[in-house]
Design a protein around this ligand. Structure first.
Ligand code: CP
Ligand code: NVA
Length: 299
């Protein structure tokens, strides 16, 4: 089984991962040595702090090993094909977590790999992040069904996985993105058709956050979008999560950000560091969910 998209998990499997995360977080000893003799290869084309370190620490705490293979230092950088690399890595390791520019590279890895391939972020989705985010909401609110989440910003990889994750768990999601930066239309329609909750798209951030229990944002210039920086900063200037936007949300609304944050751009210091922010818990939970994901795929 691969984890390239949220939809590679059934609703029950996703729910089980969230429950397993809770069990492991409360008592990490329950999963100690669960992956002895297992190895995970981390194949990253792009920078990472949280994803890479949480996978490495998770494998260590589960009794297994991780191998950090930056693409630039591998033979992939000298033209070895993704397919050949996948065939070889599958013979050494028990799973491959890959962060890639183009989602097609993940599909190719998965086609030739005989061990699970985990999407550690592509241009299309970031499922490990969103599994952790759903856990964070459940942890802070006690449930997911009926919770109102607003996503303000770029309709990017994180937004796409949130759309699918909310549809699978009954979270109502309102997205506000500038024209031209809406989430993947095909993915949105698919999520709307399978959701028991409401998945709505707006252009005005106030429309999306009115009455929201959680506001989530992400960078305006993602990895791979650097050449569009000037254009993007202009397009997103009215999409900042700040105190005046937060006032429109429900009382006690919590603030989320997958990080890294660009303070003063998509989010202000006051909001990121304020009492309603749960971003550090959200970041910590990457470690706990990573363990539950690895146990599901490698055990
Ligand atoms: N949120 C997230 O995936 O962070 P990194 O890019 O640091 O891994
Ligand atoms: N969505 C952003 C941040 C993800 C951690 C990106 O792709 O760069």
């Amino acid at each position: 089984m691969h984890l390239l998209s949220m939809t590679d998990l059934g609703d029950a499997e996703l729910s089980n991962i969230l429950t397993e995360t809770e069990r492991i977080k409360k008592n990490p000893i329950v999963s100690r040595d669960a992956l002895v003799d297992k190895s995970l290869v981390l194949l990253f084309e792009k920078p990472s702090t949280r994803t890479k370190v949480s996978f490495e620490v998770a494998m260590f705490q589960l009794g297994g090993q991780s191998i950090n293979l930056n693409v630039g230092s591998s033979q992939l950088s000298r033209g070895e094909s993704i397919g050949d690399s996948a065939r070889v890595l599958s013979r050494y390791a028990n799973a491959i977590a890959a962060r890639v520019y183009n989602h097609k590279s993940l599909l190719e890895l998965a086609e030739y790999s005989t061990v699970p391939v985990i999407n550690a972020l592509s241009d299309l989705e970031h499922p490990c992040q969103v599994i952790s985010d759903l856990y964070t909401i459940r942890e802070s609110r006690g449930r997911l069904k009926g919770v109102k989440l607003a996503y303000v910003g770029d309709g990017n990889n994180v937004c796409n996985s949130l759309i699918l994750g909310c549809a699978m768990t009954g979270v109502d999601l309102s997205i506000a993105s500038p024209l031209g930066y809406a989430p993947d239309e095909k993915l949105l329609l698919k999520a709307q058709s399978m959701a028991s909750s409401e998945i709505k798209k707006y252009t005005n951030p106030v429309d999306a956050v009115t009455g929201a229990d959680y506001i989530y944002t992400d960078v305006w210039v993602g990895m791979g979008d650097e050449s569009e920086k000037k254009k993007r900063l202009k397009a997103f200037q009215d999409y900042q999560v700040n105190e005046s936007l937060l006032e429109k949300a429900a009382d006690g609304c919590r603030i989320m950000h997958c990080l890294p944050a660009h303070r003063g751009m998509e989010i202000t210091d006051e909001v990121l560091d304020g009492p309603q922010s749960i971003v550090w818990e959200q970041a910590e939970n990457r470690l706990h969910t990573q363990k539950a994901i690895l146990l599901k795929l490698l055990q």
